[in-house]
Design a protein around this ligand. Structure first.
Ligand code: ADP
Ligand code: MG
Length: 447
């Protein structure tokens, strides 16, 4: 048998022993380069493959080779960089290190994190409109959609998308000045500048940018000075055709303490939302993240994670990270049964922790009220509606009885609770805008 035949025979057998993905990843671009006195040298495309083959597949390789040729006693792996071959599918160890390192490379001028790009952003029906809007903005900042306002629930990719726009504009228009600020940062800059008597400096610094990105703008609502400063910055930039991009956890109209004039400014541009990713997208995201981390996760495990974590991409990543750590530490892959045990906390605990108090607090907070407000004997719409939503959630999420719900809310009759639940349930069915709002509240409760 020639060494080519020997290696081909080995590949043919290994193929049946490991998953197709692993096979493609680790055995592509390998071959025997020498065979001497029972010692084989196998060429591999990079250090990463070398380590992987040595630590994970060496026994299998040796056993298989020995089965094909009893003379074979040992195998060594050697990295051979060859331009003639197809570029290896896996990046080198150095590239992997760099990928991890990027997390710490936040640019001081722009506040952008290079980790957030469009290349690693998965598009699905839930975010495609927002994504398309950002693409248009990247092509022609300041002139297509201004401002661009993107809203959606926690952990659904708003920050990622906003930062990706920033990074893309910096790349395509190196002369443009981009600035990314969380609204907490914006607020603290305003507060500090007032304290240090250099408001003018802040004004000129914020107004000299070409692209201003403010994340989680709902947090500036209710903060008078900050809104005031923001309003003027907004106008100054807008008049000069500078791009403004904003994110929020809800639509401008739903930010209750937002000044009217700011709300109408926001509504003057393009507003898009990010809803919840469907199952296929969740799987796609998990697969991409697993590939980024250079780890092979059993498809059943990915499916288990994707079917149980539906509302938050950050949590999807969290679950995957646990699997990665487990597999690395134990040097074996995780099967479905073990995964269920490992992920028990992430997957089932939030549902246990929810309480009536949590429901009431979150609903009240969402509508800018205090928890106690919902118990007030008030017929004002601003109170009645949140109260009805809280009642509905008590019924749906905690299966509370109608009489007990009625009692909770200031000794109301059970018919009031029934009426509230029917009303809200109908609205969820018929009013898409409200349904989104409701989903967001639910997300806040389960976070
Ligand atoms: P938000 O700002 O809406 O709370 P983030 O942008 O912080 O959410 O996203 C949470 C995590 O999920 C981040 O690590 C981000 O990279 C990841 N993520 C969100 N959306 C996507 C997507 N469409 N594709 C890939 N990763 C995503
Ligand atoms: Mg965010």
């Amino acid at each position: 048998m020639t060494k080519e035949e020997l290696w081909r025979a080995l590949l043919a057998q290994i193929q049946f022993n490991i998953s197709q993905a692993n096979f493609a990843t680790w055995f592509r671009n390998t071959e025997i380069i020498s065979q001497k006195e029972g010692e084989l040298i196998v060429s591999v495309p990079n250090n990463f493959s070398k380590e992987w083959l040595t630590s994970k597949y060496h026994k299998l390789i040796l056993k298989t080779l020995h089965g094909l040729d009893h003379e074979i006693k040992g195998v060594k792996y050697e990295v051979v960089h060859s331009n003639s071959k197809v570029k290896p599918f896996e990046p080198s160890q150095a590239e992997v290190d760099q990928l991890e390192f990027q997390q710490f490379k936040i640019n001081k001028e722009t506040n952008l994190n290079p980790r957030y790009t469009f290349e690693n952003f998965i598009i699905g029906p839930f975010n495609e409109l927002s994504h398309a809007a950002t693409q248009a903005v990247c092509k022609n900042p300041g002139f297509t959609y201004n401002p661009l306002f993107i809203y959606g629930g926690v952990g659904l990719g708003k920050t990622h998308l906003l930062q990706a726009v920033g990074n893309e504009i910096v790349k395509n228009f190196p002369s443009k000045k981009v600035k990314y600020l969380s609204s907490e940062k914006f607020t603290s800059e305003v507060v500090n500048s007032i304290r240090n008597h250099d408001v003018e400096k802040l004004k000129s610094s914020n107004r000299s940018v070409d692209v201003l990105i403010i994340d989680d703008v709902q947090f500036i609502a209710g903060k008078e000075k900050t809104q005031e400063e923001f309003f003027h910055t907004f106008n100054a930039l807008y008049e000069k055709n500078k791009q403004i991009i904003l994110s929020s956890d809800r639509s401008p109209k739903a930010i209750s303490a937002l000044e009217e004039r700011l709300c109408s400014r926001f509504e003057g541009g393009m507003i898009t939302d990010i809803s919840l990713p469907d199952f296929e997208t969740r799987i796609a995201i998990l697969k991409m993240k697993a590939q980024e981390k250079k780890i092979d996760v059993a498809p059943q495990v990915l499916e288990y994670i994707a079917s149980n974590i539906k509302k938050n991409i950050r949590e999807l990543e969290g679950a995957l990270s646990q699997v990665v750590v487990y597999q690395n530490v134990n040097n074996c892959s995780l099967d479905l049964e073990k995964a269920k045990v490992l992920l028990k906390n992430i997957i089932s605990s939030p549902y246990k922790k929810i309480t009536p108090k949590k429901i009431i607090q979150n609903v009240a907070e969402f509508y800018d009220l205090k928890g106690a407000d919902l118990f007030r004997l008030s017929r004002k719409k601003e109170i009645v509606r949140p109260r009805q939503i809280a009642m509905y959630l008590l019924r749906e999420e905690l299966k509370s009885s109608f009489p007990s719900i009625g009692r909770k809310f200031g000794g109301k009759d059970h018919t009031t609770a029934i009426y509230a639940c029917k009303k809200i349930s109908k609205e969820i069915e018929n009013d898409n805008k409200f349904k989104e709002e409701f989903e967001l509240i639910k997300q806040l409760i389960y976070r």
